[in-house]
Design a protein around this ligand. Structure first.
Ligand code: NAP
Length: 250
């Protein structure tokens, strides 16, 4: 490894941005944050940023070699289903260390009414008869799964205005980036007469407000189970990432 280690940080999350900020002052490391390029106006990120897919495992392996990457931290979202597996395979092929940064999932508390579902289709199947008005926070690309539910009204919260039309018969879009606080979420649920929520178990504080609000109002939350992760080293905090880097860089 050269004097300065080159780190590829797979991003698209608040943790990745926070880690990039923390590493910006570390002279031992040259970090490059990689974004999928889906968000048209991503939040500012410290240091170098690249954008767009790599082209699967071979594309990523080629990038790691061409860019002389020494280490990879995968800080993609817990529901990024493909990238963590591609990163694991590409790092194994090229022979560089990889760490998965994964926030712990939320755990149900007394008063929570969670309905665990395996995937988006199962979440949609759980809604008829449960509620007529639903808050959906899974993201624009996940809306197709709910398209057949023409009698349910959806409040859809998105970070950016939707690209193209929405597949839902009855819905309203609310643009907001968070973090979301429980008291505001209670008001949102009440004002819109929401009867149930559909959520990913994203973990972290920024979007927990809706979960606390649902508990306070006694509303069910249809909770989509996380996708499986590749085997390998995992950290749940920025400090643990720092320790992993320190162990490799001295
Ligand atoms: P995904 O299913 O794991 O990724 C799909 C494809 O997008 C990958 O195969 C890869 O394309 C490209 N990609 C994903 N993350 C990338 C990154 N950090 N840098 C470069 N290319 C990337 O993930 P996704 O669910 O589509 O999410 C896309 C991005 O949004 C991720 O970075 C994730 O952290 C962020 N995000 C996702 C969610 C969610 O709920 N899924 C929520 C918040 C943020 P190639 O195969 O061409 O390399």
């Amino acid at each position: 490894m050269a004097d300065t280690a080159r780190l590829l940080l797979l991003g698209g999350t608040g943790e990745a941005a926070a880690l990039a900020k923390r590493l910006a002052g570390d002279k031992r490391i040259e970090a490059i944050t990689s974004l999928a390029g889906r968000t048209r106006s991503p939040a500012a990120i410290a240091g170098q940023v690249r954008s767009g897919g790599f082209g699967g495992v071979s594309g990523l392996a080629g990038y790691l070699t061409a860019e002389k990457i020494d280490l990879l931290i995968d800080a993609t979202h817990p529901y990024a289903a493909a990238m963590p597996h591609a990163a694991a395979a590409a790092c194994a092929n090229v022979g560089i260390p990889r760490l998965r940064l994964l926030r712990p999932p939320w755990q149900p508390e007394a008063g929570d009414r969670w309905i665990a579902t395996a995937d988006l289709a199962a979440a949609a199947a759980a809604l008829p008869g449960l509620a007529d008005r639903v808050l959906l926070t899974t993201g624009q690309r996940d809306l197709d799964a709910f398209a057949a539910l023409r009698d349910i009204w959806f409040l859809i919260r998105l970070i950016e205005p939707p690209a193209g039309g929405l597949p839902l018969a009855r819905c309203e879009v609310r643009l907001d980036r968070g973090p979301f606080h429980a008291e505001d979420e209670i008001a949102l649920l009440r004002d819109n007469r929401i009867g149930a929520l559909v959520s990913k178990n994203s973990g972290g504080a920024a979007t927990y407000g809706k979960i606390a609000a649902a508990r306070a109002l006694g509303l069910p939350v249809v909770m989509i189970t996380r996708p499986p992760q590749p085997a390998g080293e995992t950290a749940t905090t920025l400090d643990a990432c720092q320790a992993w880097l320190d162990a490799r860089l001295g």
